[in-house]
Design a binder for this molecule. Structure first.
Ligand code: 2NE
Length: 275
């Protein structure tokens, strides 16, 4: 795979190849913890991938290994910039802007695959959780730390986690703050597949190419349907947005617009009221 760099950022790397975008959190000295700038950059890259009609799959991963040999997907919010009301950026404003990123990852009408090598903990664990699929390296370590470090994610981080692994397991993960290895994560349905760490990216590309052979509209509708089951009115909005998109693509839908532009009454008489 010959990745092409798309844009230069400070905290992340952004590459594309064919129909795949690869977004890499690049703060290995902090186990890829995110500060507000990291999240703004991730959001920007995800928006670019969303707008690029050639891209069907986004891989989200962490740079590594660090100079000490350890890998990390992401270790959550950077505790060194955590202030009284959130994570403080260069502008002095406290934020929890990772919540916006979580929503974008869920709603982007493309498949997002987390490639997890090493630690996916705290807010970093939630980031892999909200991805559509997770491929884990055999050295991956998963867990929530909130109640240990004075934080919690009561949104997707808990409710969606319970949808994925069940209520008992989700409560165990949050209440005990234990770490789980890749095999344990696989057994609880938290990840889709485990591979040796040196094969992780290659496996991500393999899964991506399989997805890219499929129908974009079918995958788009499926993703929004899966979300609609959990996301209330926001989920229904996504699902219904796809119905509108498909309707615009029909001659029946186009007749309404055409009639308006031609300043005549619309003629829908040739379109059946199907059973
Ligand atoms: C990730 C983990 C388990 C790794 O442990 P280990 O022993 O392999 O590495 P070490 O020595 O702890 O970390 C290496 C360097 O990375 C920094 C460390 O401070 C250390 O720096 P130096 O001493 O070498 O200078 N580092 C690691 N994680 C960091 C972090 N999150 N922020 C700032 N620096 C970090 C171990 O490092 C660990 O447990 N990390 C903390 C995980 C954590 O609690 N994250 C925050 C959860 S809260 C959250 O993410 C959140 C939320 O709950 C709600 C909304 C938004 C965010």
């Amino acid at each position: 795979v010959e990745w092409q760099s798309v844009k230069t950022y400070e905290d992340i790397l952004y590459h594309k190849w064919g129909g795949i975008a690869k977004i890499t959190i690049n703060r290995p000295h902090k186990r890829n913890a995110f500060r507000p700038k990291t999240v703004f950059e991730l959001y920007d890259a995800f928006c670019d991938a969303r707008e690029d009609a050639r891209i069907g799959v986004v891989l989200l991963t962490g740079a590594g290994p660090h100079s000490d040999g350890k890998y990390a997907f992401c270790s959550g919010g950077d505790q060194t910039v955590r202030g009284q009301a959130g994570y403080i950026g260069d502008d002095g404003v406290p934020r929890l802007n990772v919540l916006d990123l979580q929503k974008l990852i869920r709603s982007i009408p493309k498949v997002v695959i987390a490639l997890v090598a090493g630690y996916a903990v705290g807010g970093g664990h939630v980031l892999h959780l909200v991805c559509d699929l997770t491929l884990a390296a055999d050295n991956a370590i998963f867990g929530q730390t909130g109640p240990k470090v004075g934080s919690f994610d009561g949104g997707f981080g808990s409710s969606y986690l319970a949808r994925v692994v069940g209520q008992k397991k989700a409560r165990e993960i949050w209440f005990l703050c234990r770490q789980y290895n890749a095999q344990q994560a696989l057994e609880m349905g938290l990840v889709n597949h485990v591979v040796p760490v040196e094969e992780l990216e290659q496996e991500g590309v393999k899964w991506s190419l399989e997805i890219l052979e499929k129908s974009p509209l079918a995958i788009r509708c499926l993703k929004s349907a899966f979300n609609a089951d959990c996301d209330g009115q926001a989920g229904l909005q996504e699902l219904a947005g796809n119905a509108t998109l498909l309707y615009y693509m029909t001659a029946e839908g186009a007749e309404g617009k055409q009639a308006f532009l031609e300043k005549r009454p619309p003629d829908f008489s040739q379109y059946p009221w199907l059973p």
